[in-house]
Design a protein around this ligand. Structure first.
Ligand code: C5P
Length: 399
């Protein structure tokens, strides 16, 4: 079931008495970590109300293809793209027929045509309808299209008949839905990432900071979530939107970032990635009030901030710990030294002396070093570098 973590399930409900079980199915999918949006056919709305499904899923329920209001929000093409899996439960005989013949007469049928995601159906109908040669032909056509078919089960039916046609139980459907997804290297792992700069107060209106944009850390958070990890992103002051499926903790100064990081490691962190450009020093005693202009010179006394990544790697519940090193000279040698001194499992290092990579840029080129090996990731967008790094981390983490 771990494979459902962070997955987006578009649950289609069609008209049949088993529709009442779809409410329970929403819960089972959510318990397994999935986000669920519901689309109902007109028939389904005769058996269970959209309000019930809206309350359970926490998202608006979609029922009409040509609904200007819904299209202004998440339109049908967007919904089709949003889904990692389209799961239709219950799937009626009528809906199977429409799907088999590629009809786009309602919202759900259209979504099935428009999505690139895998599709699964959990048929539910009277045993005679299931056995009907038309339904069986449609079933074959759907299977040939690569559609997953979950069930049906045999047993006593709402109409009094006994036989094949009962919808599987919600927990069985959720398990089979999880099986559609492959295990990724980070499936179910908790990844904690620090990102961005920190701000160290001089007085209530002034601070010391640096040029970090946070883009690398945010791209890594997105890539880790896509690889199936639960992600906590501890962000300094940056102007970036939170990636989908990521828990964000906002902090301002190094000591707040330290506290948030150590609290996460005290919990259940498997992998810690320190991309933040933490200020090495902070003013020893920030003034309580704005410092006034008076003397020709003023002197700031700075004290060292705690080294967050070093504290994490020395923690008794030490996660797999990854650091970053932005250097302007002797890049590899300095990174090797940091790998050893901070007792890291891996370090990603880049040369920030040029302007086309590193701080504030959308691109990066890094050399990843670990005890006994290294890999060069040539110039690419930070998103592409993040994907490659997450893959490397997943491989090294398993070793
Ligand atoms: O020592 P330096 O700042 O170059 O090391 C960079 C690495 O250490 C980065 O991974 C950075 O996030 C981390 N770091 C930290 N806490 C600090 C300073 C750096 O976690 N106080």
């Amino acid at each position: 079931m771990e494979r459902l973590i962070n997955k987006r399930i578009l649950l289609g409900v069609t008209g049949g008495i088993a529709a009442y079980k779809s409410a329970e199915l929403v819960r089972r999918l959510q318990d397994a970590g999935a986000e669920v949006r519901v689309v109902m056919t007109a028939g389904a709305c005769e058996f269970i109300t959209p309000l019930t499904m809206q309350a359970l899923s926490g998202n608006p329920v979609h029922t009409n293809l040509l609904d200007p209001q819904a299209e202004a929000g998440m339109g049908h093409i967007e919904l089709a793209r949003w889904a990692d899996l389209v799961l239709i439960a219950p799937a009626s005989a009528n809906f199977m027929a429409r799907m088999a013949h590629g009809h786009g007469t309602d919202l759900l049928a259209t979504l099935c045509l428009a999505t690139g995601a895998p599709i699964a159906i959990a048929p539910a109908m009277n045993q005679q309808m299931w056995a009907d040669s038309g339904t069986q032909r449609n079933l074959l056509m759907l299977q040939e299209k690569g559609i997953h078919v979950f069930g049906p089960a045999a047993g006593s039916q709402a109409c009094g008949d006994v036989g094949l046609g009962r919808m599987l139980e919600p927990h069985e459907i959720a398990e089979l839905a999880a099986g559609v997804f492959e295990y990724s290297l980070l499936t179910g792992k908790h990844v904690v990432i620090t990102a961005g700069p920190t701000r160290e107060a001089i007085d209530p209106v002034r601070y010391i900071t640096n040029k970090s944009s946070g883009k690398m850390g945010f791209a890594l958070a997105e890539a880790a979530a896509e690889a199936g990890a639960r992600v906590t992103l501890i962000a300094g002051p940056v102007y970036l939107p939170t990636p989908a499926r990521v828990d964000r903790v906002d902090v301002t100064c190094a000591r707040e970032m330290y506290d948030a990081s150590l609290a996460a490691v005290d919990g259940d962190c498997n992998i810690f990635i320190a991309t933040a450009a933490v200020a090495d020093y902070r003013p020893v005693n920030p003034a309580d009030h704005k410092i006034k202009k008076s003397t020709e010179e003023i002197h700031l006394t700075l004290v060292k901030n705690p080294d967050i990544v070093a504290a994490v790697s020395a923690h008794e519940k030490r996660p797999f710990t990854v650091g970053f090193a932005a250097e302007t000279q002797d890049v590899i040698a300095y990174a090797q030294a940091k790998l050893t001194n901070k007792k890291l499992d891996m370090i990603a290092t880049n040369d920030v002396s040029g302007s086309n990579v590193g701080f504030n840029s959308d691109n990066n080129a890094v050399t990843v070093i670990w005890p006994g090996g290294h890999k060069v990731l040539p110039l690419a967008s930070k998103k592409q570098i993040a994907k490659q790094l997450v893959e490397l981390i997943g491989i090294r983490y398993k070793d």
